[in-house]
Design a protein around this ligand. Structure first.
Ligand SMILES: *Cc1c(COP(=O)(O)O)cnc(C)c1O
Length: 349
């Protein structure tokens, strides 16, 4: 099985499991878990913030940050493809009473003018525009990175208008490695930012939300309220520490593998890349010119060749490289695509 479905598909390695076994633990709610405390310090340093908070998932990081920033009736600006808008079960509305205003950026990346146009002047009729949120890297954009200058310009404009700036950093380390820029520099102008350990970093579970000490103090309250406060969480925090210490630089391999995969796929008739270039570990393929549905292609890849990719809309397949995928897997996956697409007639939806 070659699992390109998601970078969440990684399994904890033997070394990571051993490190977890040996973790010192305590009650994290009483600040007595040395491993959780250490991880939180590492993340604060990594992202250049005063403090950070260990949480079970990236979704909870997004939800807590938005809940702290927003009052009911407030408005969040984000790309139409962004995770909180599409994949968090309506959490911002349900938990914070906030509304979304979706911006349409090419490949998930909107510009300063769009933000300027979307910020509403104060009015008792309109929702109060309160947050601008970006996703680094943009998943639905095909893993493309937000350039630093754009981030700085958007955050400056947001702050001039009294907005909160939030960075969904599910893949911020992919961006950091691809851009050759420290994560702290990417995070610098955001009021809140988080990192996911269960994506490309290869841990089984965990995320951490960072910001000012005051913000993290407030975040603790929501962690407790949402049932995210754990006990001897050092067992899983250890996996995250291990991931930060061993699995960051090697993200460059995932990026190279994704580029190799893309190069081998674009020569297959009917396959097109959706994003202009593969910057990180995500390959989005437009299959419309094959005359076949993404679903049919994905099913055949899986059933006949043991290659798993995800269906990402009406015309699109997504393949994601990660820790458990090497160059030979990429080659075999590309061969499987070639077989599926070249040997089959065009109308078997
Ligand atoms: C996966 C993901 C999330 C949510 O993270 P979980 O840890 O799965 O809850 C949020 N944003 C983006 C861009 C993601 O890819």
């Amino acid at each position: 099985m070659i699992d390109l479905f998601s970078d969440t598909a990684t399994h904890p390695s033997t070394e990571m499991r051993r490190f977890m076994c040996e973790a010192e633990v305590g009650d994290e709610q009483l600040f007595e878990d040395p491993s959780v405390n250490r991880l939180q310090e590492m993340v604060a340093r990594l992202l250049g913030k005063e403090a950070s908070l260990f949480l079970p998932s990236g979704t909870m990081c997004n939800q807590i940050a938005l809940a702290i920033a927003c009052r009911p009736g407030d408005e969040i600006l984000l790309d139409r493809t962004a995770h909180p808008l599409n994949a968090e079960a309506g959490g911002a509305a349900a938990l914070s009473g906030a509304v979304f205003s979706a911006l349409d950026g090419p490949h998930g990346i909107f510009n300063v003018e769009q933000v300027a146009a979307a910020i509403r002047p104060p009015s008792r009729y309109a929702p109060r525009t309160r947050v601008v949120s970006i996703e680094q890297t943009s998943n639905r954009g095909g893993g493309v990175c937000w350039p630093l200058e754009l981030i700085h310009a958007i955050c400056a404009l947001a702050h001039e208008n009294g907005l909160w700036t939030h960075c969904d950093g599910a893949r911020i380390m992919n961006a950091s490695v691809a851009m050759g820029v420290p994560a702290a520099e990417i995070a610098a102008t955001f009021d809140s930012v988080w990192i996911d350990f269960s994506k490309g970093l290869g841990a089984p579970v965990g995320a951490a939300l960072a910001g000012s000490a005051e913000f993290v103090e407030q975040a603790w309250r929501f962690k407790q309220r949402l049932g995210g406060a754990m006990r001897q969480a050092g067992i899983i925090a250890a996996a995250c520490i291990y991931a930060l210490e061993h699995n960051v630089e090697r993200l460059a391999d995932d990026h190279r593998n994704a580029r190799m995969l893309a190069e081998r796929l674009v020569v297959i008739p009917g396959l097109r890349l959706e994003s202009p270039r593969v910057e990180t570990n995500i390959v989005l393929l437009d299959v419309s010119e094959t005359g076949r549905s993404p679903k049919a292609i994905a099913r055949e890849l899986h059933e006949r060749h043991g290659v798993r990719v995800s269906v990402y809309g009406e015309h699109t397949l997504r393949a994601v490289t990660h820790l458990d995928i090497d160059l030979s897997d990429v080659q075999r996956a590309a061969d499987a695509f070639a077989e599926v697409l070249e040997l089959k007639p065009a109308f078997d939806r």
